[in-house]
Design a binder for this molecule. Structure first.
Ligand code: ADP
Ligand code: MG
Length: 379
C-alpha cells in the first residue's frame, strides 16, 4: 500500500501532540519514452507515480525549519536567515530549495514537521525531485506564495544543480510538480510546453528495478552529451531536436560511425516519443508498446547505454504475453526498465518476469506496479 495522508498525519500527531496545519505530497516519476532527449531540447513522456514524498507541518513564527525524517529517524534543522552547506544528507535538499526560493526573491516563513516517503532512494524514480517539490510546496503554503508549478519546478532543478551539485535536466521536477492523474505528460524540453496524454484503459505501468547500479555513469553521460553537441554543430543547429530524420539521412555518411549512431538514437527517439503520444490519444496500446521496444533497441545498439542486466530484464518482460512493450528507462547502465502490461495480468507478469530475471542474473529485482497520479499538492 502506498503511503497515505493518514500515515503522515499520524506521524506528526505522535511527535507534536496535535494534528498538522498542512500536509503536502509530491510524487516520484517514471519516463515511458523519450530517453537521452532532454539535453537535446527534445521530447520526454513521463508520468507522476503513486509513490511520493510527504511532509506534514505547522508554521513557526521565526526563521527556523525543523524537520524529523521518518525514514532516517533523524531530526535536523536550519535557519532561513543563515543557510550553510553541511555534510551531504537529506536535509541539504530542503536547504537547497529554501536557498533557491529566497534567491528568487520569495519571503519564506519557518515551519516544523515530519517528512516521510515511499519513492525508493536511488532507484531511478527520482525521490530527490519528489523531496524538492514537496519542500517547495510546503514553503509556498506556509509562506502564502501563489503556487506556480512550472516556475517552482525550475527552482527545484536549480537547487539540485547548484546546491546538491547534480547536473539533472528539468524533467523530474517538472513532472513531479505538474503530473496529472491517469495521464502521462509530453514535455517539450525546449519550450517546457506540457501536453497531458491519457494512459489507455486496461494498462498498468510496471517499473522493474534490475538491482544493479554502475559507477562511471557520469563520465559516460558527459561523453554522450558532448557527442550530441558535436553532431548538432555538424548539422549547424542549436540542438539535435532541430534535425529531422530526412536531414540526418541526407548527410549522415559524413559523420564518424559513433557520432552517427548517437545522433540517430536522439533523432529517432524524438520521433518515437511524438508517435507514442499520438498512439496514446488513439488508445492504440499496441503501437505504444512497439515504440517502447524500438526505443530499447536504439538505446542498446545506437546509444550504447544499456547493460546485460537491463537487456535480460527487458527481454523477460517482452516475452510475457500480457506485455505490450518494455525498455530501459533512465540514464542506463543499470537501474530500471519500464513496461506496459495488461492490467488484469499484471500480477502474473510481475511474478514471471521477476523469476526469469533472477534465474538468469542472480539478482533479486524490485518491481513496482504504478498508477499515474497528480503532481505536488496540498492534500
Ligand atoms: P533518486 O534517483 O531516487 O532521485 P538521488 O540520489 O538523486 O536518487 O536522491 C536520493 C536522496 O534524496 C536520498 O539520499 C535522500 O537524501 C533524499 N531523499 C529521498 N527521499 C527521501 C525521504 N523519504 N526522506 C528523506 N530523504 C529523502
Ligand atoms: Mg535524483
Amino acid at each position: 500500500m502506498p503511503l497515505a495522508k493518514k500515515d503522515i498525519v499520524a506521524y506528526f500527531t505522535e511527535r507534536f501532540g496535535q494534528p498538522p496545519t498542512l500536509v503536502v505530497r509530491a510524487p516520484g516519476r517514471v519516463n515511458l519514452i523519450g530517453e537521452h532527449t532532454d539535453y537535446n531540447d527534445g521530447f520526454v513522456l513521463p508520468l507522476a507515480i503513486d509513490r511520493a514524498v510527504w511532509i506534514a507541518l505547522r508554521p513557526r513564527s521565526d526563521c527556523r525549519v525543523k524537520v524529523y525524517s521518518i525514514d532516517y529517524q533523524e531530526a535536523r534543522e536550519f535557519d532561513l536567515a543563515n543557510l550553510k552547506h553541511e555534510k551531504a544528507g537529506w536535509i541539504e535538499y530542503l536547504k537547497g530549495v529554501a536557498w533557491c526560493l529566497q534567491d528568487a526573491g520569495m519571503k519564506l516563513q519557518g515551519w516544523e514537521g515530519v517528512l516521510a516517503g515511499d519513492v525508493p532512494l536511488g532507484a531511478g524514480l527520482s525521490s530527490s525531485a519528489a523531496l524538492e517539490m514537496a519542500t517547495a510546496r510546503a514553503f509556498a503554503a506556509v509562506s502564502d506564495i501563489a503556487w506556480d508549478a512550472v516556475a517552482q519546478a525550475k527552482l527545484g532543478q536549480r537547487s539540485e544543480n547548484k546546491w546538491i551539485g547534480v547536473n539533472c535536466g528539468i524533467m523530474d521536477q517538472l513532472i513531479s510538480s505538474t503530473g496529472l492523474a491517469g495521464h502521462a505528460t509530453l514535455i517539450d524540453c525546449r519550450s517546457l510546453e506540457l501536453q497531458p496524454a491519457p494512459l489507455p484503459a486496461g494498462v498498468a505501468v510496471v517499473v522493474l528495478d534490475t538491482a544493479t547500479r554502475r559507477g562511471l555513469v557520469d563520465s559516460a553521460y558527459n561523453e554522450r552529451r558532448s557527442q550530441c553537441e558535436a553532431a548538432a554543430a555538424f548539422f549547424q543547429v542549436k540542438a539535435l531536436r532541430d534535425v529531422t530524420m530526412a536531414m540526418f539521412e541526407a548527410k549522415s555518411g559524413q559523420l564518424d560511425a559513433t557520432t552517427c549512431c548517437r545522433a540517430r538514437h536522439v533523432i529517432s527517439e524524438d520521433d518515437r516519443t511524438i508517435h507514442a503520444v499520438e498512439a496514446m490519444r488513439r488508445g492504440d496500446i499496441a503501437t505504444l508498446g512497439r515504440l517502447m521496444n524500438e526505443s530499447h533497441a536504439s538505446l542498446r545498439d545506437d546509444y550504447d547505454v544499456s547493460s546485460d542486466a537491463l537487456n535480460v530484464m527487458v527481454e523477460a518482460a517482452q516475452a510475457h504475453k500480457a506485455c505490450y512493450g518494455a525498455r530501459m528507462t533512465g540514464a542506463g547502465f543499470g537501474g530500471c526498465a519500464v513496461a506496459i502490461v495488461r492490467v488484469d495480468a499484471a500480477d502474473d507478469f510481475v511474478a514471471a518476469t521477476s523469476s526469469a530475471y533472477q534465474a538468469k542474473t542472480g539478482h533479486k529485482p524490485a518491481v513496482y506496479v504504478c498508477s499515474a497520479t497528480d503532481g505536488a499538492a496540498l492534500v
